[in-house]
Design a protein around this ligand. Structure first.
Ligand code: SF4
Ligand code: SF4
Ligand code: FES
Length: 394
């Protein structure tokens, strides 16, 4: 049933203004506009620019969540200004005034316009964002298996808005980190069977200290993305193919660090913090701690450990001797490992195509959509939602 249109209401918002060339400090500028509640934050900014202050800097083009130009922060969260309704934004405003700022992790050019070239596009260039075709190129079209195409479609939905980059915690600490958008782009070609450089691409991204193992699994990019690209999921796929399929052992100890996590949970049922570093740097067993590389790493982490103990972040006894869980629970955890490890093929759960049915699907199409495939790991068929057609390949 069509929603009844609500009459215009007043919405107040404050914009963070900054012109680096002026030499003045950033400041807040507040305006009130009158618009229907379903109108967007972008429309509010444009109205204020038309009526009150023509100098407000904002970049936009399509106004339909397609071009990726209007990335900003609304009430502290990354968003597309054209895709954020005023009534929804008002709900997130702590004092009844919608707060609009430029995206993070990128230098401000003016007001809400950030320098995408300096950060985002530079990183996308870093991952060779084009297909390097296998030779010889077929005379006619190259038929890509349906499953592979579904698998890379999620990354093709990226509109390069930079919202994930804006919120990436790893980039905040290490601005050189290749970052979520560029790594999602890398998966676009790593997952494409027509590409000839899968190993080379993965080896490059694994050996780079600011590559796939620099991500801290914080999920911020997953929440930030307006197109459900799930950049963190793409990074995890890159890691799995690099380590499980190509057996790449990287100079950053990323592969060993992940292996340490999984074997510790298999052995103890829960994480054994004191063992992670030695196993990651000294070898994945109890004896790892006696390797010189592990000793060096343990020594350098002592100040952090001491600070953590003083602040009560963890219990030294539990951290040193490990968590104990009941024997039956441990057996249940180990049974999961046995089941997964006994499979001949690794299963990937593609959340993009699994989930609730949102549209009515014809029986024949439903059968095709729910057939087991590589993309959903060949697991039991689940209700499938066709991939969004909103995004465009960049
Ligand atoms: S999950 Fe990784 S890539 Fe995504 S925001 Fe966090 S650190 Fe960045
Ligand atoms: S992955 Fe999502 S948030 Fe990141 S640039 Fe692409 S569309 Fe924007
Ligand atoms: S104006 Fe194009 S995504 Fe917002």
């Amino acid at each position: 049933m069509a929603e009844t249109q609500r009459p215009p209401e007043q919405f107040s918002f404050r914009v963070r203004r900054y012109d680096p060339e002026s030499g003045e400090a950033p400041y807040w500028d507040e305006h009130t506009v009158e618009l229907e509640p379903h109108r967007s934050v972008l429309e509010a900014i444009l109205q204020a620019r038309d009526r009150f202050d023509g100098s407000i800097g904002i970049r936009c083009s399509c106004r339909q969540a397609i071009c990726g130009s209007c990335g900003v922060r609304v009430n502290g969260e990354p968003a597309l200004a054209c895709h954020t309704h005023l009534d929804a934004a008002l709900k997130g405003a702590s004092d009844g005034v919608i707060e609009i700022e430029p995206m993070g992790n990128m230098p401000v050019i003016k007001d809400l316009i950030v320098d995408m070239d300096a950060v985002h596009w530079k990183k996308v260039q870093r991952v060779t964002p084009w297909l390097i075709a296998k030779q010889p190129v077929p005379e006619r079209e190259y038929i890509v298996p349906h499953e592979n195409m579904v698998d890379v479609t999620q990354t093709m939905g990226c509109i390069q808005c930079g919202a994930c980059v804006s919120d990436c915690l790893a980039m905040e600490v290490d601005p050189g980190f290749i970052g979520p958008a560029a790594l999602a782009k890398a998966y676009r070609f790593v997952g494409d069977p027509r590409d000839d450089q899968q190993f080379e691409r993965l080896n490059d991204l694994a050996q780079d200290p600011q590559g796939i193992f620099d991500c801290t699994h914080c999920f911020k990019c997953v929440d930030a993305c307006p197109k459900d690209v799930n950049p963190m999921g793409q990074i995890m796929r890159l890691r799995r193919i690099a380590t499980n399929d190509h057996h790449i052992v990287d100079q950053n100890n990323g592969e060993r660090h992940e292996a340490a996590f999984t074997t510790l949970i298999k052995d103890y049922g829960l994480l054994h913090e004191a063992e992670i570093l030695p196993r990651s740097y000294g070898g994945n067993s109890w004896f790892g701690k006696f390797a010189p590389a592990a000793g060096k790493e343990l020594l350098s982490s002592l100040p952090v450990v001491i600070k953590g103990v003083i602040r009560g972040k963890f219990n030294p006894k539990i951290a040193l001797f490990g968590h104990k869980i009941p024997k039956d629970d441990l057996k249940a955890v180990q049974a999961i490992y046995d089941k997964v490890e006994s499979r001949e093929k690794r299963y990937e759960l593609n959340l993009y195509i699994a989930g609730e049915d949102e549209v009515e699907v014809q029986p024949a199409a439903a059968a095709a959509l729910t057939a087991p495939s590589i993309a959903n790991g060949g697991a039991e068929p689940e209700a499938a939602t066709p991939p969004s057609s909103e995004g465009s390949e960049q």
